[in-house]
Design a binder for this molecule. Structure first.
Ligand SMILES: CC(C)(COP(=O)(O)OP(=O)(O)OC[C@H]1O[C@@H](n2cnc3c(N)ncnc32)[C@H](O)[C@@H]1OP(=O)(O)O)[C@@H](O)C(=O)NCCC(=O)NCCS
Length: 166
C-alpha cells in the first residue's frame, strides 16, 4: 500500500529532509545549502512566498517554493524536488497544484518556472501537467547550459489580441 503523503506549509523541523532529498537526487552542495536556507527564510514572508512540503510520516519527501511578483502579477516556482523513492506518485503534481492555489490567492495572472534545458524529467513533468514552453534563454545556467521557461496562464486572451494589426 502506498504511504499517505500530505502537502503542508513549511515547518523548520523538516529542514534536514530537504538536504536528504537533494543529496539522493545528486545535487551538488553549492545548490543544496542555499535551497535549505531559502526554504527556511522565505517561509517567513507569507505575503510573497509559498513554501510547501510533501510529508510522509516523520519526513518530507518533496518540496516546492513559489514567489509572487507584484510588478507583473506573475508567480515563479523556484524549487521543486521529490525524493527518488517517491517519484511518479503524483507528489510533484500536488505540490504544483498547491503553488497554483497560492498564485490564484495572490490574484496572479499565471505562473512560470525555469529549468535547465537538459532536465528531461523536469521538462516532461511540466509538459504533462499542461505547462507550455515560453522561451529558451541561451547560457542561462552555464555557458554550455541553456535555460527553458515553462508557463501557465490562468486565463486565455481573446483570439483577436494575437492577430497582427492590418
Ligand atoms: C520532476 C519531478 C519533480 C517530478 O516529480 P513526481 O512526483 O515524480 O511527478 P508526478 O508523479 O506528479 O508526475 C506527473 C506526470 O509528469 C510526468 N513525469 C514525471 N516524471 C517523469 C519522468 N521521469 N519521465 C517522464 N515523464 C514524467 C508523467 O506524465 C507523470 O504522470 P504519470 O506518472 O501518471 O505518467 C521529479 O522527477 C524530481 O524531483 N526531479 C528532480 C528535480 C527536478 O527536476 N525538478 C523540476 C525542475 S525545477
Amino acid at each position: 500500500m502506498k504511504p499517505t503523503v500530505t502537502i503542508i506549509d513549511y515547518q523548520q523541523g523538516y529542514q534536514s529532509s530537504i538536504r536528504a532529498i537533494l543529496t539522493k537526487i545528486g545535487w551538488a552542495e553549492q545548490y543544496i545549502a542555499p535551497a535549505e536556507q531559502n526554504m527556511q527564510n522565505l517561509s517567513l514572508d507569507k505575503e510573497n512566498y509559498g513554501v510547501y512540503l510533501a510529508v510522509s510520516g516523520e519526513r518530507a519527501v518533496g518540496f516546492l517554493y513559489v514567489q509572487y511578483y507584484a510588478w507583473n502579477q506573475l508567480c515563479q516556482i523556484h524549487g521543486l524536488a521529490v525524493d527518488v523513492d517517491f517519484q511518479r506518485q503524483g507528489i510533484a503534481s500536488a505540490l504544483v497544484a498547491r503553488a497554483e492555489e497560492f498564485a490564484r490567492w495572490k490574484k496572479a495572472r499565471g505562473i512560470y518556472v525555469d529549468t535547465p534545458a537538459n532536465n528531461t524529467r523536469g521538462r516532461k513533468f511540466y509538459e504533462a501537467i499542461g505547462y507550455q514552453l515560453g522561451y529558451i534563454m541561451p547560457r542561462y545556467y552555464e555557458d554550455e547550459l541553456d535555460g527553458v521557461t515553462y508557463q501557465k496562464f490562468f486565463t486565455t486572451l481573446p483570439s483577436s489580441t494575437n492577430l497582427p494589426s492590418p
